[in-house]
Design a protein around this ligand. Structure first.
Ligand SMILES: O=P(O)(O)OC[C@H]1O[C@](O)(CO)[C@@H](O)[C@@H]1O
Length: 410
């Protein structure tokens, strides 16, 4: 029987109480800025602004309480998740559950689930839209290339497939929770650098390409991360899988409500495709229209589920999700936060063998992630030594990445 947990003892979670850690900095500085930006970029009435101010002031020594908004659909589930932490101070609870709980509290504060003017109004939408607008010239350049990756007969080559994986990885550098939209995306988007390997600390793309070479008309799943440029990259990957006949269909798993500032929801996919379809550049338009057709024809299926916003490690995946993903021939797991869930946001030694941790995953998968948190596995001691010397912020500055693969069926 296949394992449902890591195959080795699980270390403790990352804690926000550890001074000098990125988790501590996130609690004491980054979340404050995130709340302030949500206030500044929306035209909230005084009562909502006050709610958000109150939440900001709870950090870091206020007490964690249960959610109070009874109209929230998964209130009960959330109160169960948070029950081990109720009555504790924010600073004393593990980072990952605290992080997703914070975003849930932001939605409570902005009346996201309440009927009325602010119902389903994404507090981060202005930032998401402006981030997409700022990367349109990069999208123009990329669309021309992407449109040539699969020919009219569905033929493709391995080099383009691997380039697409690098492209999807480095697209994860752009993350509004870490780099606000006014910080200049273009600096981090040197298009030619998408083919670079220098900053890639683990590169399993050859194994992934070998795995994909045998696939035809199979189910592929993409656990999506950020809206904006990264979502554009991920849509290009989905487009490739459909055009080449490798996948039928591609499932895109999206967040059911706003979280981690830029995480993509179904409405963000719709917005992105709409922007592409109405863009003046021909290449962008044809890509947009093709994507729209793929969705209309059921070749790309967008879905959302509360599991993707729950404060649970991937090894705590409900049985229903394990059997769902078990039907997939490849699951692509995008981004840092999903990677943290894959590793349970635990204090693993960074040289821990990858397969000893992820042996529990129910399907072949590829994790594409730039480092924005102090969680890692499968690295070499010499690599770590060199990085600590050359770039002391390597674990969190989004400049380094991994593409890691595991196939539980081999
Ligand atoms: O969009 P991504 O890659 O999941 O990054 C979000 C992550 O980045 C951070 O903002 C930085 O740690 C985390 O809060 C979260 O893990």
């Amino acid at each position: 029987m296949s394992p449902t947990k890591p195959c080795i003892p699980i270390p403790p979670p990352l804690m926000m109480s550890e001074e000098g850690s990125f988790a501590h900095q996130t609690l004491t500085q980054r979340w404050v800025t995130i709340i302030e930006r949500a206030i500044a970029s929306n035209n909230y009435p005084a009562s909502i602004t006050q709610n958000l101010e109150n939440l900001r002031q709870e950090l870091p020594y206020g007490i964690v309480r249960s959610l109070e908004d009874e109209t929230q659909p998964d209130l009960e589930a959330w109160n169960t998740y948070m029950s081990p932490y109720q009555g504790k101070r924010w600073i004393d609870i593990p980072w990952y559950p605290a992080e997703v709980y914070l975003y849930r509290r932001i939605l409570e504060a902005t009346h996201y689930f309440q009927p009325g003017k602010w119902h389903r109004v994404d507090p981060f939408e202005p930032q998401k839209h402006s981030s997409l607008a700022k990367v349109m010239s990069a999208i123009e350049t990329m669309s021309g290339k992407i449109n040539t990756f699969v020919d009219a007969q569905g033929k493709w080559n391995r080099i383009d497939l691997i380039a697409l994986f690098y492209f999807a990885l480095w697209g994860n550098r752009i993350d509004l929770s870490l780099f606000p939209t006014d910080a200049g995306e273009s600096q981090r988007m040197n298009i030619e650098a998408y083919r670079e390997q220098a900053n890639l600390l683990v590169d399993h793309t050859p194994q992934i390409a070998d795995h994909i070479a045998h696939l035809k008309g199979v189910r592929i799943d993409l656990i999506v991360d950020n809206a904006g440029f990264e979502l554009f990259c991920d849509l290009c990957v989905a487009d490739f899988f459909v055009n080449s006949g490798i996948a039928q269909p591609v499932y895109l798993h999206l967040k059911p409500h706003p979280v981690l500032v830029s995480d993509a929801m179904i409405k963000d996919v719709d917005h992105t495709i709409n922007v592409l379809c109405h863009h003046s550049h021909q290449d962008v338009q044809s890509l947009g229209k093709r994507l729209k057709n793929h969705i209309d024809n059921g070749n790309i299926i967008c879905c959302e589920d509360s599991y993707w916003t729950a404060p649970l490690a991937f090894w705590d995946m409900p049985e229903s999700w394990r059997s769902e993903l078990n039907q997939s021939q490849l699951v692509m797991i995008k981004g840092d936060a999903n990677y943290r869930r894959l590793l349970g946001d635990r204090q693993w030694d960074y040289t821990t063998p990858w397969e000893d941790i992820v042996c529990y995953f129910p399907a072949p998968f590829a994790a594409l992630r730039t480092f924005k948190a102090e969680v890692a596995a499968g690295l070499k001691p010499a690599q770590i030594k060199r990085l600590n010397q050359d770039d002391p912020q390597w674990l969190t500055n989004g400049q380094w990445g991994v593409i890691q693969f595991f196939n539980p069926r081999q």
